[in-house]
Design a protein around this ligand. Structure first.
Ligand code: PGA
Length: 251
């Protein structure tokens, strides 16, 4: 049985006051829940130390939204996996489509970030997903498997033992246009089948979560699918009630 996982990606939102209020609400609302699933909060990098303090003694885990591939050096503005690990960060999102789009991150860079995170004991949450145009041309499977294969080729299948794959169709992110549970299940099965061909145990263990306009309303239908092991939630994770309700949909 795979342990379910829901991660809240706060993106570039929130003040210190928001972080305090939101984490207090989530601690109260999800304290008991988090026993059955991994619940991960990914605030802006600058808020990680504060969030780490607020989550001491709590079963909610901390995730980062980005990491750099080098261990240290002259890389102005960047943050290493070891620096994140010092603040109790357990997960890190790599390959998010917003970083691919706005910061020109390609599969080679994503693979290097994945490897750096994994080497430091952080669990990468690797995002893959097709654009609307690619979907319309019938290329969803090809694009997703291509992105995944490029990472596997660089880091090796064994590196996936503690990783999470997030299927995030670009057209569904922040648009309110959620992919249907049937479509997501189909793509997740294709991803699992691909992993299965490389390593059966890793394929069975790897959490494959869905991201793209997950809400309190649609979460239960998505999470009921056999190969959907949870979600990566953007917009709805900024509202404590909605996020708690999404996490409770895992039951
Ligand atoms: P969304 O974002 O839930 O706002 O669509 C998901 C994500 O970008 O991870």
């Amino acid at each position: 049985m795979r342990r379910k996982l829901v991660a809240g990606n706060w993106k570039m939102h929130g003040t210190q006051q928001f972080v305090r209020e939101q984490l207090n609400l989530l601690r109260d609302g999800l304290g008991a829940e988090a026993g059955n699933a991994d619940i991960v909060i990914c605030p802006a990098t600058i808020h990680l130390p504060l969030a780490a303090q607020l989550l001491v003694g709590c079963s909610l885990s901390l995730g980062a939204q980005n990491v750099f591939y080098a261990q240290e050096g002259a890389f102005t503005g960047e943050i290493s996996a070891a620096m994140l690990a010092e603040y109790q960060v357990k997960y890190v999102i790599v390959g998010h489509s917003e970083r691919r789009q706005h910061f020109a991150e390609n599969d080679a860079l994503v693979a290097a970030k994945f490897a750096a995170a994994q080497k430091e004991g952080l669990r990468p949450i690797l995002c893959v997903g097709e654009s609307w145009q690619q979907r319309e041309s019938g290329d969803s499977h090809k694009v997703v498997l291509g992105q995944l294969a490029n990472i596997v080729q660089e880091v090796g299948i064994a590196a996936f033992a503690h990783a999470v794959v997030a299927y995030e169709p670009v057209w569904a992110i922040g648009t309110g246009q959620t992919a249907s549970p049937a479509h997501v299940q189909e793509v997740h099965a294709v991803i699992r089948n691909y992993l299965h061909g490389l390593d059966k145990n890793i394929a069975d263990q790897t959490r494959i979560v869905y991201g793209g306009s997950v809400t309190a309303k649609n979460a239960a239908d998505l999470f009921a699918q056999q190969d959907i092991d949870g979600g990566l939630v953007g917009g709805a994770s900024l509202n404590a009630d909605d996020f708690i309700s999404i996490c409770k949909s895992l039951d």
